[in-house]
Design a binder for this molecule. Structure first.
Ligand code: PHE
Length: 467
């Protein structure tokens, strides 16, 4: 399909199934895979956490991915409009559409700050490089960046401008073109780094750490985190995949496409771990280093490597690219909702929503500073949200809220909506249209109806101490 050809509602469409898969996978693969997954795996003790995450991806994530793409494609609308058109006018279900918009808004606001760190590191790699720096100095450099409010604000705003720029280009030209170029580059870069990691002496220990479950490490908080992350990493529970699905043609096999996106995303997350942990163990570093894991342990490795400047530039540029395609999909949810609901033009909606998110992200950019109200100060105000004496800073509070609570709740709602509320005919048609996986229809439906709600609710109820 050409750039100018559009569907009945003047929405753009993906030029092919692969255009859709690459764009959606580009949205799914991001900081979640490369920054967050390794660091929370490290914090939660490795193997057991990874196993939980894989189970959640397969039993909960994949069925919900199919459900979201199906809703988007059937309704040909962004989340709020999709919920409205598949239920009755004035039905409370549209609130779950708005919940998704709110979640996307919150996630992008702090996501952009981490993307900013990656931009700063790319810039640092190009202009100075880590070569010859002591491990201590590299650790301190991240601490300094983390606390440096003006640098964080600067890069956060630059990254938001970049994201806004891509969205202004429109769905077809902007998102698809970006994803088509960036996805294969990203994969290639990771594989090169993996080759490097395989030949390091920490590889065996890393394999054990990531793939050998240690059941003494199980905690309720860890299970909730694995569940929340399976939503976060697949971009589920907030309408991103509904929005992407709305640009997918009716005759495409959405089950196969969802499977492809899930596999790509999961493989990349595991590869990221297998790049990071061998290096961590080879250099005797700490796997549970927290959000700084990628930003401290890798540069330490790069500093001692021949061609370290090249490797670190490559890696952090890759991280920025991955973050950008995800940020695009987060902003697209909010913007396309404003276009559809308030009849705004794309430029106005993009500038308005992007600007508001950039503003809302400022406290996250200030969160690393000890003296800022949003840093240490906020911990006193958020303690009640966590069952601990101290709370978290603004950034961590909103990350926790959005990924561990809002996304699973949003995902639960979409599963209930599709399996109980959407008409049998629309659901069955949506699933089977062009699909090679027709005979899985009942398995999928039963999973959505019972397995997903029971799974998500029991993790949540367990976490709040009710079961
Ligand atoms: N999946 C993205 C990542 O892993 C983050 C994201 C979450 C994007 C939700 C869109 C919606 O980085």
């Amino acid at each position: 399909m050409s750039d100018t050809e559009v569907s009945s509602e003047n929405r753009g469409q993906w030029s092919s199934r692969w255009g859709f898969i690459l764009a959606a996978a580009g949205g799914a693969v991001g900081l979640g895979n490369i920054w967050k997954f390794p660091y929370i795996t490290g914090e939660n003790g490795g193997g057991y956490f990874v196993l939980m995450y894989l189970i959640f991806i397969l039993l909960i994530g994949l069925p919900i991915m199919v459900a979201e793409v199906l809703v988007g494609r059937t309704a040909q609308k962004s989340p709020v409009g999709a919920f409205r058109s598949l239920s009755k006018k004035g039905s409370p279900w549209i609130l779950s559409g708005w919940l998704g918009v709110l979640t996307g808004f919150i996630i992008l606001s702090y996501y952009s700050v981490v993307a900013g760190w990656a931009m700063h590191y790319t810039w640092f790699s190009i202009t100075q490089g880590f070569t010859g720096m002591e491990a201590d100095a590299i650790g301190k450099a991240f601490g300094t960046l983390y606390a440096d409010t003006s640098t964080n604000v600067f890069w956060h705003l630059i990254f938001m401008l970049l994201t806004i720029g891509v969205i202004l280009g429109g769905i077809q030209r902007g998102v698809e073109r970006a994803a088509r170029i960036l996805m294969p580059v990203l994969l290639l870069m990771l594989l090169v780094l993996l080759g490097l990691a395989i030949s390091s002496d920490g590889f065996g220990r890393a394999l054990d750490f990531v793939f050998k479950p240690d059941f003494s490490k199980v905690t309720g908080a860890g299970v909730l985190e694995a569940l929340g992350h399976s939503f976060f990493t697949l971009s589920l529970g907030m309408g991103a995949m509904i929005t992407y699905g709305s640009y997918l043609k009716k005759k495409e096999d959405l089950v196969a496409a969802s499977g492809m996106i899930t596999i790509l995303d999961t493989v990349i997350a595991l590869v990221a771990c297998m790049v990071l942990f061998p290096i961590t163990f080879s250099f005797g570093l700490e796997p549970a280093a927290g959000p700084g894991l990628v930003f401290v342990n890798l540069p330490i490795a790069f500093s001692q490597l021949a061609g370290g400047v090249f490797w670190s530039t490559l890696f952090f540029a890759l991280l920025v690219l991955a973050a950008l395609t995800s940020a695009i999909s987060l902003l697209e949810v909010v913007v396309s909702t404003f276009i559809d609901e308030f009849k705004m033009s794309r430029p106005v909606a993009t500038l308005l929503c992007g600007g508001a998110i950039a503003l809302f992200g400022l406290p996250s950019a200030l969160s690393g500073s000890e003296d800022s109200f949003f840093g240490n100060g906020f911990k006193d105000h958020s303690a009640f949200l966590f069952d601990a004496e101290t709370g978290k800073n603004w950034f961590d509070t909103f990350d926790h809220l959005a990924s561990n609570w809002l996304l699973p709740i949003g995902g639960l709602l979409i599963a209930l909506f599709v399996s109980w509320r959407v008409s049998d005919r629309a659901r069955e048609e949506g699933f089977k249209n062009g699909s090679r996986f027709m005979r899985w229809y009942w398995h999928w439906l039963i999973t959505l109806r019972y397995v997903v709600p029971i799974g998500v609710l029991s993790v949540i109820l367990h976490k709040i101490g009710l079961i």
